[in-house]
Design a protein around this ligand. Structure first.
Ligand SMILES: [Mg+2]
Length: 389
């Protein structure tokens, strides 16, 4: 049977959260994602979800369901690199339209998220065609990946007792650690929260800290020094965005805590520049933002030549396969909280087993996590969408 692509379809989802979650530089009030499907002539449907994009969701959908569909339909699903390059070189006219005297500030992340969505869906279709899990097709290194929970948000009416209960809940769920939010308070106040967390969970639990680009270089160094006895596994996006190449290297030199960055990078080129600047120890580039599985694997190859570890920002449904496929893969991340990430709980038909601090890689073909049609229909967003829907 032919493995030609016969249909491509992106469906935006949106769900309002029941409460507000506060991180270093932002508030979360809704969960967004994009379901992308690629149908082949042999009857296989590749399907994935990914991203949490609010502002540009409709633009991403328009590109996928318009020009990208036109490029992909009729191509063989196995011709991954050729199609990736065609999508990468395509210039959507709506994004490059600009006045003579303005710089080109088109949001390139729209393109890279659109490429990512179709790339991941096609890899799922390939896995279903050859009847192999994605991580096996990529050349597996391990069958389970250590798992941590993203948490420690500042929330209304959340005191020390509630924070402690949250941390102990992760332990009880056999999760290996927590990546806690810092950066919204002063370095001294957040260091006290980290000390409290360490006292609460004991020594045999991973604690990582994520400032989401909140602090100055000086504040980040101050925080790193204040928590140096807390066995912090890593310090993620410690500083503001505008001087990261130089600043991250400076923070890294001033502290023993490994530095993580890269979740905001949209391509291998940006990751290369961070790596060569000596800015980090671990890259947490996100395949759903930065060009999909194909681009993530290129970045992982580059990182391995510089002894840089690979993490992955959120998106466990894809990350668990990628992190299991490379020797330098680290922790898969989940929100173990249906109020923060209802789609993780409601969208997949079944979830990977979490036991003894590890997530077992799904063994079904492709991503191995079929999605519930009922949930897709329930949260289908009402954004205007070009093309068929
Ligand atoms: Mg982060």
């Amino acid at each position: 049977m032919s493995t030609a692509i016969v249909e491509v379809n992106a469906i935006p989802l949106e769900k309002n959260l029941s409460k507000v979650f506060q991180g270093g530089t932002y508030k979360i009030t809704s969960r967004y994602t994009l379901v992308t499907e690629i149908r082949l002539a042999n009857g296989v449907v590749g399907q994935t979800y990914g991203g949490d994009e609010e502002r540009y969701q409709s633009e991403i959908v328009e590109i996928i369901n318009g020009p990208y569909r036109d490029i992909l339909v009729g191509q063989d699903v196995f011709d991954v690199e050729r199609d990736w390059e065609s999508l990468f070189q395509y210039q959507p006219s709506t994004l490059i339209n600009r006045g003579i005297h303005t710089l080109d500030l088109a949001n390139k992340s729209i393109i890279m998220q659109a490429i990512a969505a179709v790339d991941i869906a096609r890899w799922d279709a390939i896995g279903k065609t050859v009847n192999k899990p994605l991580y096996k097709m990529l050349g597996s290194y391990r069958d389970r990946v250590p798992v941590i929970a993203i948490g420690g948000y500042l929330e209304a009416e959340k005191g020390e007792k509630e924070f402690g209960d949250e941390l102990l809940g992760y332990k009880k769920a056999q999760i290996a650690g927590v990546k806690m939010k810092v950066g919204h308070l002063t370095p001294a106040e957040d260091a006290e929260r980290v000390r409290f967390a360490r006292r609460t969970v004991g020594d045999d639990f991973i604690i990582a800290c994520d400032a989401n680009q909140a602090w100055s270089i000086e504040q980040a160094i101050e925080f790193a020094r204040l928590v140096q006895k807390c066995n912090v596994r890593w310090f993620e996006e410690p500083m503001q965005w505008h001087d990261q190449l130089r600043g991250l290297a400076q923070i890294r030199a001033a502290s023993d805590i490994p530095i993580v960055a890269g979740q905001g990078e949209i391509s291998r080129f940006g990751c290369r520049d961070l790596a060569l600047a000596g800015a980090l120890d671990i890259l947490n580039v996100d395949a759903t933002i930065a060009g999909g599985i194909t681009e993530w694997r290129r970045i992982a190859g580059m990182a391995s030549t510089l002894n840089i570890g690979m993490a992955h920002h959120e998106e466990p449904q894809v990350a668990v396969h990628l992190l299991a496929s490379v020797a330098h893969g680290l922790y898969v991340e989940i929100f173990n909280n249906p109020e923060r990430d209802p789609l993780w709980f409601e969208l997949p038909e079944a979830h990977p087993v979490i036991k003894d601090g590890y997530m077992t890689v799904p063994q079904g073909p492709g991503l191995g996590m079929p999605l519930r049609e009922k949930t897709i229909d329930q949260y289908r967003a009402s954004v205007p969408v070009a093309g068929r829907s």
